[in-house]
Design a protein around this ligand. Structure first.
Ligand SMILES: C[S@@+](CC[C@H](N)C(=O)[O-])C[C@H]1O[C@@H](n2cnc3c(N)ncnc32)[C@H](O)[C@@H]1O
Length: 166
């Protein structure tokens, strides 16, 4: 029993350090916050929505099932990536939702209509150049909780903010 507790504790510690190193540890957005992000970005059927660090997949699944979007999640935590793969299979939304494993800084975002994120202030700052250089005119970016410091949002709803980087 003690060994199980040690292994689980170590696993959680490694996951927190690993994901924090890449951009942010896992903390799921509340479902009202997920809907606020997607509403603020005015996601509509046919939009391509990327969630940077998709966690347990709640943003991408909601974007596809409730808003009719094509959703792409990128996740660096192997366990959460696998969880998302199982989730989209069980919910039969593989046609509309895909999940990529790895660091979102290494993935091309140029076909995104909407980018959602719930990261950390310093990770948002590191993202600015990438968003500016890859997103097409008209693309919207919504950040939950943490602002893009120094950049004026187009609109806000509580602690959810909408930006345009193009
Ligand atoms: C605060 S959670 C947000 C999860 C989800 N987007 C939500 O709103 O419920 C941040 C997620 O980003 C992932 N992450 C952090 N940095 C990353 C990176 N550079 N590339 C891919 N995923 C990353 C973490 O593993 C974690 O699952």
């Amino acid at each position: 029993m003690a060994a199980v507790i040690v292994v689980v504790t170590l696993g959680i510690a490694v996951s927190v350090v690993w994901t924090h190193y890449y951009g942010a540890p896992w903390l799921p957005a509340s479902m009202p916050a997920v809907r606020r992000m997607l509403d603020l970005a005015e996601v509509s059927p046919g939009d391509v929505v990327y969630d940077l660090g998709c966690g347990d997949g709640r943003v991408i699944v909601t974007a596809a099932r409730r808003y009719g979007a094509t959703a792409v999640g990128i996740e660096v935590d192997p366990l959460r990536y696998l969880w998302c793969q199982v989730l989209i299979t069980v919910l039969r939304c593989r046609g509309q939702v895909s999940v990529r494993f790895g660091d979102f800084f290494s993935h091309d975002l140029s076909n995104a209509d909407v980018v959602t994120c719930y990261l950390l202030p310093e990770t948002n700052l590191r993202l600015v150049d990438k968003l500016r250089s890859e997103l097409q005119p008209g693309a919207r970016v919504v950040s939950n909780v943490f602002a893009f410091d120094g950049i004026e949002p187009l609109r806000e709803d509580g602690d959810t903010r909408l930006y345009a980087f193009t």
